[in-house]
Design a protein around this ligand. Structure first.
Ligand code: SF4
Length: 90
């Protein structure tokens, strides 16, 4: 659990950096989202978004494996993804 948490956090940091984003600066919210991703990875076998409802249809649900299909549009329009994990710098 701790190991997977560290791995997912490290992946998210790297992914944010590669895209010129930052992770949520609020450590409580950040930890809640990371824990949600860990829980889904452990229980459902994929890093499903903790803030979206799964359809139960594996093909459709690939859209919400983090980083989900929607995050770049959300970050561009709202400044952050739906879960408040990735934030635009500006
Ligand atoms: S909304 Fe954010 S945390 Fe959720 S899957 Fe998309 S990128 Fe990941």
């Amino acid at each position: 659990m701790q190991k997977m948490r560290a791995e997912i956090l490290s992946w998210a940091q790297q992914y944010a950096e590669e895209n010129g984003w930052v992770l949520n600066p609020d450590p409580v919210v950040l930890d809640a989202v990371i824990r949600g991703l860990v829980r889904n990875q452990m229980k459902k076998g994929e890093r499903y978004c903790p803030c979206r409802i799964m359809t139960g249809e594996p093909e459709a649900d690939t859209a919400i494996i983090c980083p989900c299909r929607y995050h770049t549009d959300e970050i561009a329009s709202d400044g952050h993804c739906h879960c408040n994990l990735f934030f635009d710098h500006s």
